[in-house]
Design a protein around this ligand. Structure first.
Ligand code: GAL
Length: 981
């Protein structure tokens, strides 16, 4: 049991308190290691903050920072202090999740390769395993400790381990062994000085590690859930079997003393090799899903809600596990290119902002959702959240069948301060469209003004100068809505729009309207009410004004808000005298209008440092037009670059000397998979864990060789190619499903007895699999699992192996341990900027390519000079040639490319598998003002060779942006690697 208690972060059964104030932790998952440009972290944070979120949850990938045992990287792109500073600047609290195991679709779930080759079971209490974690956990623990809220930092919670909820064959999980392990991880954090509460994420929702469960590991119990699952190929098909309907009961049973917390909830989904592009995952978990399943979570009274992922990013440099390709866009609210155009971003903005201004939600008690309750038909479930000590009640309506596409009419009969009412009172019915869900409120407090009820949802409300309030309501297209306020407030007046019915009913004014594209605005004394179409509400930004230390930009219930309409993004606002300073982005000429500020008579607007020409709207609001004039900038045509070429498979030449390679001489492996070979040929046993693997098998012929049988492992989507001396024997081009393959390759010509020969085998390493606790499946080896040369003993072949130069003692401390593979050009570091290519052949991967199976390496450079103040995302886009095209005869279909930009491997492309063709490259990895080096490996797997169908650098919509231009990530240039072979 964790004993330390701090005053900065406490909790009761309803919610967390931060600095004594109740707060909804509305959090988005974002992994800094998936965006290796520290200066862009603020951009993501600002976008998450502008959605109305109050926090971010992040993992640290142990495998990336301690690739070399004993050496933990904490600078450059691994510098978390910059991440913490950016979080403070944006005003987001952090949930730190350092592992040691993280899952997260990372190679080995974040366990470093060198740990996998140990005997001990991963995530067990075996001291051999535990000892591997201590260096990392103490260094990372101390880094996180310094960033805790107790020192003014952003970290309010820390999660030991990840979804540690099962162990195979164990019916009484957790066993004392499992307990000892969790206890050990927790103590590591406490020893590093962590004093903020510890939180657990139990994906089985069985109460594991909950306080009071008797297991006693953590302070806050949370669950994880991915109810829309992962079938992005059928994005409109919602699985029905997983939707929760009674989590308030589960929570009350498992952890009644802590707030209901969902440590991870599905924010998108992921895909793998040969699957569909990530955009489809965005369609699966779209704005409708966000409405239905997130509101379902609010109906259970969730008070800590983390959406995984909110910004996914990129599996650059081989950091991903075998089941995913380069993009980790995840179909998340913020795209891999840092775009916010997915409708889900806007939908989540509406939801998070509503909860932020609804303090009554923080203590409300959730009742069961019952089909046909509160006057609704049986096809609708209504879940009440009843105020505790407040008058406010919330009612969440959804279809009883979550995935229903029916449009259903209903009425709502509820008790309010004016008695029991059946809504709508002015006739007609409410409508719940298919795949929609809504919050209705009763007796909702607008700081002293009572909103008796509203069927339209609340985006936000704010206090203006004096006693004024502005309330923003919205509804879906064409819907009918109604709200009521007390007659005592005064007479309502329409100050904008029409088609609104206002009638007196008993002690109330009842207002009914049909949602239209154009807004209506009603004024009742000091209260102004905006009636919006939901899509218009998307363009409204409720922004927090900075407060004094220590709150600063963090959220607090006492904060003053500014409501702004317009702009693609508002990042932050501040008041300078009677001027409102805004920082934000536009993607078109935009009108902005300030709906509410605490200032009486606002006098001016400044946008991104520029004073705007303002005018007053008919309703007296300050507004201004911001021009968007697309600047001119040039993007080079990659086909026209002066590409330099070198052969990157010298290993098949008889002259090649492999004496510096690792000799495969380990007769014993700790791997749980038994050896099928005299010596282990598992690459991990020799310290190679990433990218690609090259084997050379030496033997003397006996003239009776007719075939070689191979059993090869590379992970799903992998391919391999095999040569005998310089003769190509064949390839395995890969499928999305197979992680290993057996193959018989014919030896085409008889070999002369007694002559020496060499097999060369190139294998793609797709990343280690993730862990199922206790199975050690995570250790499944890559490389050669078995071989048989006909009419030979296995021991006739002696093998040598290389992977990335140095293996665990990897070369590139800036870009990390997984960025490079085994290919010759990679071992030499030619993928770095400024390689020694002056006397290489001029040859293009697009126009020329290579004419036989093998590996060609290409490099070129180009200059960019983009205008400042513009955020212009760039993508490298491949064009696929598929069979049936006229080029098929001269081009190989089966080829693989790795794209390097300034030394960062930012794309693995498999022509015959896909699905990914477009690779976003973040600014800072690619230099928007300066020289860039592009390099690529072209691995032709067919005898006729390959050239690339097409390769383009494509700019997305240019955004006029208030982002801070990032300094480049470290981009060390080529220097001769003295030990390279
Ligand atoms: C969770 C896990 C995360 C991530 C997610 C799926 O179960 O905790 O790390 O892997 O699944 O994207």
């Amino acid at each position: 049991m964790k004993l330390t208690r701090i005053v900065e972060v406490t909790w009761d059964k309803h919610s967390l308190f931060v600095r004594g104030e109740r707060i909804m932790v509305f959090s988005g998952e974002f992994h800094p290691f998936r965006l290796p440009v520290p200066d862009l972290w603020l951009d993501i944070f600002e976008k998450i903050k502008s959605m109305g979120f109050t926090g971010v949850s992040f993992y640290v990938d142990w495998g990336l920072v301690e690739g070399n045992p004993g050496h933990v990287s904490t600078d450059g792109i691994w510098n978390l202090e910059e991440f913490f500073d950016a979080a403070v600047q944006a005003g987001l609290y952090l949930i730190a999740r350092p592992g040691p195991y993280i899952n997260a679709e990372t190679s080995a779930g974040g366990i470093p390769g060198w740990v996998l080759r140990q005997n001990a079971t991963i995530r067990s209490d075996n001291p051999e395993y535990l000892n591997t974690t201590t260096n990392y956990m103490s260094i990372m623990g101390r880094i996180i400790e310094k960033a805790q809220i107790t020192h003014g930092g952003p970290v309010i919670l820390v999660q030991p381990e990840n979804e540690y909820s099962t162990w195979p064959g164990v019916t009484d999980f957790p066993t004392s062994m499992n307990r000892k392990y969790m206890d050990f991880v927790e103590k590591q954090l406490l020893a590093a000085g962590i004093t903020v509460p510890l939180i657990v994420n139990d994906n089985l929702a069985l109460g594991y590690w909950a306080p009071g469960s008797g297991l006693g590991a953590v302070d806050i119990y949370g669950i994880d859930s991915y109810p829309l699952r992962y079938d992005c190929a059928h994005p409109t098909v919602w699985p029905t079997y997983r939707f929760p309907y009674d989590w308030q009961v589960v929570h009350e049973r498992e952890s009644p003393g802590t707030p209901f917390a969902i440590g991870e909830f599905q924010g998108g989904s992921g895909e793998g090799w040969g699957g569909v592009i990530e955009e489809k995952c965005g369609e699966l978990v779209n704005e409708e899903a966000a409405r239905v399943v997130y509101k379902n979570n609010y109906s259970f009274g969730v008070k800590l809600f983390n959406i995984y992922m909110t910004y996914g990013g990129t599996n650059w440099g081989n950091l991903g596990y075998q089941g995913g390709y380069t993009s980790y866009d995840y179909g998340a609210a913020i795209t891999e290119e840092r775009g916010i155009w997915r409708e889900k971003f806007s939908e989540q903005k509406l939801e998070a902002n509503f909860l932020k201004v609804s303090p009554a939600y923080l203590t409300a008690t959730s009742g069961l959702g019952i089909n046909g309750s509160y006057g609704a038909p049986a096809s609708i479930a209504v879940t009440p959240l009843v105020g505790n000590g407040t008058r406010t009640n919330f009612y969440v309506v959804r279809h009883a069948d979550f995935s229903s596409t029916d449009n259903t009419q209903y009425n709502l009969t509820v008790s309010t301060s004016i008695g029991k009412v059946s809504i709508p009172q002015l006739g007609a019915s409410l409508i719940l469209n298919g795949r929609d869900s809504k919050f209705h409120v009763t007796d909702y407090d607008l700081d002293g003004i009572n909103l008796i009820y509203s069927t339209a949802e609340i985006l936000s409300w704010a206090r203006g100068p004096g006693s004024t309030r502005v309330l923003v309501l919205y509804g879906g297209a064409g819907e009918l809505h109604e709200f009521a306020i007390s007659r005592h407030l005064g007479d309502p007046a329409m100050i904008e729009g029409n088609n609104v019915t206002i009638q007196q009913k008993g002690p109330a004014w009842v207002v009914q309207w049909q949602v239209q594209p154009n807004r209506s605005v009603i004024r009742v004394s000091d209260l102004e009410i905006y009636l919006l179409w939901r899509n218009e509400a998307y363009t409204y930004w409720p922004m927090e004004l900075p407060a004094s230390h220590p709150i600063g930009n963090f959220s607090s219930p006492t904060k003053e808000l500014v409501l702004v309409k317009g702009a693609y993004l508002i990042r932050n606002v501040k008041l300078v005298g009677k001027q409102l300073w805004l920082s934000g982005d536009i993607n078109a000429t935009t009108e902005i209008e300030v709906i509410s500020t605490p200032v009486d008579q606002l006098e001016g607007l400044v946008f991104n440092g520029q004073q705007l020409k303002t005018s007053h709207t008919a309703t007296g609001k300050l507004s201004a037009k911001i021009d968007y004039m697309l600047p001119t900038f040039e993007v080079p045509n990659l086909s026209n670059l002066r590409w330099k070429y070198m052969d990157s498979l010298p290993e098949i030449k008889s002259s090649y000397n492999d004496s510096a390679w690792k000799t495969c001489d380990k007769a014993i492996s700790h791997n749980p998979r038994d050896l099928d070979t005299p010596m282990s040929l598992y690459s991990m046993d020799y310290g190679f864990h990433t990218g690609s693997l090259l084997y050379r098998g030496h033997f003397f012929a006996n003239a009776r060789e007719s075939y070689i049988w191979l059993n090869i492992s590379g992970g799903t989507g992998f391919g391999h190619s095999v040569w005998l001396d310089d003769k190509f024997l064949g390839s395995w081009p890969g499928t999305g499903a197979k992680a290993t393959i057996t193959q018989n390759l014919t030896i085409p010509e008889a070999l002369s007895s007694g002559t020496p020969h060499i097999f060369t085998i190139l294998i793609d390493h797709m990343g280690q699999d993730e862990e199922a606790p206790g199975t050690d499946a995570i250790k499944f080896p890559k490389g050669i699992l078995g071989y048989q040369l006909s009419n030979h003993d296995q021991s006739d072949i002696s093998w040598r192996l290389t992977g990335n130069l140095g293996g665990e003692e990897y070369q590139d401390l800036s870009r990390g341990p997984l960025n490079e593979g085994a290919m010759y050009a990679e071992r030499q570091g030619y993928h770095y900027p400024n390689p020694p290519s002056s006397d290489w052949t001029v040859s293009s991967p697009i126009k020329n390519g290579i004419s036989q199976a093998g590996v060609g390496f290409y490099t070129a450079s180009f200059q960019l000079d983009f205008p400042s103040g513009w955020d212009i995302p760039l993508n490298i886009v491949f064009t696929t040639f598929t069979s049936g095209t006229s080029q098929h005869d001269e081009l190989g279909l089966n080829y693989r490319c790795q794209i390097y930009i300034n030394g960062y491997q930012y794309g693995k492309y498999i022509n015959n598998l896909g699905p990914q063709k477009s690779y976003p490259i973040p600014e800072g990895v690619i230099n928007h003002n300066g020289v860039n080096y592009i390099a690529l490996t072209l691995w032709a797997q067919d005898a006729e060779g390959a050239r690339i169908g097409g390769l383009d650098l494509v700019a997305s919509t240019a955004i006029r942006s208030g982002y801070s231009k990032p300094r480049p990530a470290p981009q060390p240039s080529w220097v001769a690697r003295s030990d390279a072979y």
